[in-house]
Ligand binder design. Structure first.
Ligand SMILES: Cc1cc2nc3c(=O)[nH]c(=O)nc-3n(C[C@H](O)[C@H](O)[C@H](O)COP(=O)(O)OP(=O)(O)OC[C@H]3O[C@@H](n4cnc5c(N)ncnc54)[C@H](O)[C@@H]3O)c2cc1C
Ligand code: FES
Length: 291
């Protein structure tokens, strides 16, 4: 399951055998998620390649805006959705600003899917607690969709979703619909008190500590900014979650995305090939600090 090394058989990007060649894709729809995050729904122009495209929850793609650059984003639509690929982009610098300036109908380059994915088969029969901070919900989104579509295979699903303010929640439309369903428990928290907010208030690790999920047969999957991951992992340690029952995703600056340029390595591991999904056990075994 882990690894998903890029080779001629499994690369979707262009099916040319050349993983550096982007596919041309059209921006079908743009959704304004928060003041600084937009989601793009992309459609690969080549019909055959679009139909043949498969990916797994947690895999990423490289989006290029012509004349600006190329950067890495998680594919966050459901893996069973064949109509488009969704990516959510926080404005950070040159290329992400160029993405924010795109309009529906414009073309981008896309190299995808890249990287490994969450080992969801190995998680069958377990309780899953997802902890997502801000845009950290993006890598969790396709996994939550998969597990909801296969809910009989998982004992219980819980999502702790955190944002600075109510406006900063990504995928509000999903959270609202998941809150109505009985298939997943949703806890939403914001950093500080805000008029009209009647849910949890407090930083994600603090709320998790109060929730006190039992580590018994439970896997915790934590995605978000590095500082949130650091303190959440400390809480999980205090709650006696074992390191092989905790998963997270790493963000390293990437270039080639296929294990050639050496830009993204941590010790002997390449985030673009061996990641971005890692168990805490794997991370603890790496020679270099990862955060
Ligand atoms: C595996 C992976 C998955 C990612 N998924 C998403 C996603 O779903 N949505 C999203 O909005 N972003 C995601 N990112 C981060 C995204 O790739 C960067 O924000 C983007 O590359 C910045 O490009 P830029 O040209 O706008 O920034 P630049 O102009 O190159 O840099 C602007 C600022 O952003 C910082 N930066 C650049 N690249 C990264 C990076 N990879 N990680 C952290 N800081 C960076 C720079 O240090 C600088 O401070 C992901 C990164 C990785 C490695
Ligand atoms: S991005 Fe080039 S080796 Fe990972």
């Amino acid at each position: 399951m882990k690894g998903n090394k890029i080779n001629k058989e499994n690369i979707n990007s262009g099916n040319t055998g050349n993983p550096y060649l982007p596919e041309i894709a059209t921006v079908k729809k743009i959704i304004k998620e928060t003041p600084n995050i937009v989601s793009l729904q992309l459609v690969i122009d080549d019909e055959k390649k679009r139909k043949d495209f498969i990916y797994e929850p947690g895999q990423v793609g490289q989006i290029s805006v012509f004349g600006f650059g190329e950067s890495t984003f998680v594919i966050n639509s459901s893996t069973s959705n064949k109509d488009f690929l969704q990516f959510s982009i926080m404005k950070a610098g040159v290329n992400t600003t160029a993405i924010h300036n795109l309009s529906e109908g414009e073309k981008v380059g896309l190299r995808a899917p890249l990287g490994n994915w969450f080992p969801y088969k190995e998680m069958e029969g377990k309780k899953i607690i997802f902890v997502g901070g801000g845009i950290g919900l993006a890598p969790l989104r396709p996994l939550i969709f998969y597990m909801l579509e296969n809910k009989d295979k998982y004992e219980k699903l819980t999502l702790l979703s955190a944002a600075k303010t109510p406006d900063d929640f990504c995928f509000k439309y999903d959270i609202e619909s998941w809150e109505k369903s009985k298939d997943i428990d949703i806890i939403s928290t914001i950093d500080t008190v805000c008029t009209g907010w009647d849910k949890e208030v407090g930083l994600c690790p603090n709320v998790l500590e109060v929730l006190k999920p039992s580590p018994e047969n439970t896997i915790a999957i934590v995605c978000g900014p590095p500082i949130m991951i650091k303190y959440t992992l400390e809480v999980l340690d205090r709650l006696e979650f074992k390191e092989d029952m905790i998963y997270t995703t790493l963000e390293r600056r990437m270039k080639c995305g296929v294990g050639k340029c050496g830009r993204c390595n941590i010790g002997e591991k390449f985030v673009c090939l061996d990641g971005p999904v890692f168990s805490l056990k794997e991370l603890n075994s790496l020679s270099e600090a990862f955060m």
